[in-house]
Design a protein around this ligand. Sequence first.
Ligand code: HEM
Length: 528
Amino acid sequence: DEKHTEQQNAKHAQLESYRSDGRGQAMTTNQGVKISEDEFSLKAGERGPTLMEDFHFREKMTHFDHERIPERVVHARGFGVHGQFELYESMAQYTKADFLQRPGEKTDVFVRFSTVAGSRGSAETVRDVRGFATKFYTKTGNFDLVGNNMPVFFMQDAIKFPDFIHALKPEPHNEMPQAASAHDTFWDYIANNQESAHMVMWVMSDRAIPRSFRMMEGFGVHAFRFVNDNGEAHFVKFHWKPLLGVHSLIWKEAQRVAGLDPDYNRRDLWENIEEGNFPAFELGVQILPEKDEFKFDFDILDATKIWPEENIPVQIIGKMTLNRNVDNVFAETEQVAFHVGNVVPGIDFTNDPLLQGRLFSYTDTQLIRLGGPNFHEIPINRPICPFHNNQRDGYGRRTIDVGQVAYQNNSLANNDPHTVTDSHGGYVHYQEKVEGNKIRARGSSFKDHFTQATLFWNSMSPVEKQHIKDAFSFELGKVKSPSVRTQVLDMFDHVSHDLINTVAANLGMTIPVRKNNTPPEQLYTKTS
Ligand code: HEM
């Protein structure tokens, strides 16, 4: 109906008002002064020096000099598209999130797919995790589901993220390699931070070389909370399921394509959308009652664990269709600011220690990447609902805040709607009871690193196992330090002897009988 159409086009309409197509219009300076000539700078005579008073030259060059902004510290290489999410069934029983109430209702979304390690111009078909970040422009504010194409993560606690990224990114002394995992520091980190075992199994699998952004799953990874109108909560994990199914490249294809077309994944997405062949993903939720929090032999707050789908089935609740390419990659894809902390009433956090740390990181990095505290005013980031508060000023402020009063409490602006809070419709944090001593330690329920890694390996078909063996062999084969290789083999021996024996043989390493307390470098000797 009319309301739905209005709703589904709300973001599009908002963006329209910012579009600029200067064709056919007189060229001016940024001060609006018409330009008579744009190909020659102002000189003293035909062969003379350029004059400082040439404001047109100065302005044009200055703007150009400042065209670049820092690339994202991770997920620098990404591609964004617009779309719509349509709800299949009401989730009112579990959450009061407004966009999850009325079946058939559509909500505008913006999605950015990315690789993690490579810089902005790097090849797309590399072995890496893929980011899958979705911004829902709901009527009660923006909800960002900032996920990946794998359901677990490398670590349990956010404080290790800088260490991990320092190990993953090109090495500092020579800035090589762009490839995510084929080097010493990556594997040195892995072997010395064994909670990464499960995630590394995914990264060595075909999931790390998706054939297309249209053919990969997405996962919110963390346990979140749904909270309903009565204030009752359930734990929830989010899943995206591609209607085209999950498909990967094989490693040889991935390498060849990286050389032939480093833009392979974005080209595929762009062209399919241009042709009207719209990719779609269904949204699934795993819902866990609070009373079942301690029912499992792993901690449901541990981001290195999946919730088994046999016990907690994925319930499909809606569908997202990606149907419109951006007008301008910089304005939209580069300037979009996702944040796992952007939630709406009805969706809340849990104490997952990885999630808790992410809540700090995103705004912090965007403050510098997007030049100050007003990046929420950039068109792609603006909510479609009105937004007001007493925040003021700062670099690049676009809003002209009128009135005398920008503070609470006040008497001078009693009727000013900017200063009124809403105790019903407003966001109320779930009142989870929390108590404990202040400690820095791994929780006792976070100590098993290998059970799910092994389950993952055991669930693979023979072909998939072969691909994982080949991946370990290739990636570890790039590692120069015999000690690091040895430590990695030692670590994944906890997952599968078969895996490790094959990799050791491929690398020309022999596997002697292990003796207690033998330094890892003496356990395996490189024979060729
Ligand atoms: C991007 C930090 C874990 C998914 C980023 C960015 C930072 C960051 C600083 C760049 C943001 C920007 O410049 O706008 C962290 C930290 C983590 C963490 C500190 C753990 C402690 C994760 C996890 C996921 C994830 C577990 C997936 C579930 C993403 C995605 C992007 C991103 C998809 C790219 C967003 C975009 O397309 O703009 N992260 N991250 N991150 N992160 Fe994380």
